[in-house]
Design a protein around this ligand. Sequence first.
Ligand code: ZN
Ligand code: ZN
Length: 118
Amino acid sequence: MELGGGGRRGAGDRGRRQLQSVVRLGSYLAGGFLLLSAASSVAVRSLRALSDANQRKFATPCGACEGKGTYPCRLCRGSATIDWSPGHDPVFINPCLCPTCDGTRVQRCLNCLGKGYA
Ligand SMILES: [Zn+2]
Ligand SMILES: [Zn+2]
C-alpha cells in the first residue's frame, strides 16, 4: 500500500524506470530487428547466388536458341534491314534498319531471356 506524497514519488520513479527499461527493450528489439533483416538479406543474397549457380550447372540449354542466348532475327532474317514501304506503296520500298534487332541481325532469345539456359 503506498499512500501520500512519498508513495506517489516512488510510483513515479518506478514508472520512469519502467519506461527506461521499455525504451531499452525497444532499442534492443530495433537493433535485433536490424541485425536480423541484414542477416536475412545477406542469406537471401547468398541463397540466390547459390540457386543461380545451381541453375547454371544443372540447367538444360535453351531449346529455342540452342544455348546461345540469341537467335537470328526473325523479322529481317539476318539481313539487318527490312523492306518498308509507307502505305504499302510498292513504288516506295525503302530498305530500313530492322526495328527488332536494330541492325545487329540477332534477337535476344525470349525463351531464356538471353541466358542460354532454361
Ligand atoms: Zn532484324
Ligand atoms: Zn534461349
